[in-house]
Design a protein around this ligand. Sequence first.
Ligand code: NAD
Ligand code: 0WE
Length: 264
Amino acid sequence: MGFLANKKALITGVASNRSIAWGVAQAMHREGADLAFTYPSDKLRPRVEKLAAELDSSLLLPLDVGSDDDFEQLPGRLREHWQNVDIVVHSIAFAPQEELKGSYVDNTTRDGFRLSQDISAFSFVALARALRPLLREEAALVTMTYLGSERALPSYNVMGPAKAALESSVRYMAYDLGPQGIRVNAVSAGPIKTLAAAGIGSFRRMLDYNARSAPLQRNVTTEEVGNVAAFLCSDLARGITGEVVHVDSGFHIVGLPGLDAIEE
Ligand code: NAD
Ligand code: 0WE
């Protein structure tokens, strides 16, 4: 029996079979969880529906995290099918494409800053609040973050402060929900070529630099990220909350990469 047997997991952020959320869903399904999925628009529903079916799920709920109305309706819609939820996966980020290039100081607008904080950081606490009445005792929430919250990197720009806010929010959510036995954690994934990475200039070069510099000398997969997210949401991780676990081949611990790696 899998380590998530008899658990019910709500998964956000599946856009394709390359999505990190898809890796998480696969791992959770493998470990015995029942899955429900959210989709951000009617246009994207069929894609999510098809993928959900591959993991024996037909429970689909609309959720554009920019919509207060969707958040208000989410618990009622979920309750039509499930009495409660054990696991919530948040795997959503957005910033305007024009702000993910060039100078952070010159290119960051008030609207872009607000939007990235709203969709990428506020949405996690909003999701927790909306689902709070359905959360089982000992429920677990997990979100996806990136090293750009802790370090300055080229082009990540306005997403850096958004991920910093998300990680801080993880700690405040853990602090707040801990007394009820509810845990909140984040996985800081290394770079992976997903749709959210598709539009980024020189992403290929970033992937190569990461692979060459990291102790494991390779990039991570959505399967590896998914396994850690599944672990964090399982009873195996009962003692872990408010944590940010790096799944990045060790890239974040390196001070200076092996000189062979950067001089090749
Ligand atoms: P992805 O494009 O597959 O997933 C991003 C998801 O965000 C999509 O499913 C999209 O529908 C959803 N989304 C955007 N705006 C939304 C809205 N208003 N309402 C609801 N959903 C919305 O890309 P991904 O790389 O799997 O990204 C998932 C998460 O992983 C993000 O938080 C991202 O920051 C994080 N992450 C990605 C990487 C990477 O290199 N790919 C690394 C570390 C962390
Ligand atoms: O968090 C992310 C991606 C976030 C993201 C990506 C996009 C592209 C399309 C947020 N908003 C948008 N908006 C769009 O219009 N990652 C960790 C992947 C990523 O994105 C980068 C990276 C890495 C790594 C952007 C610049 C530099 C590195």
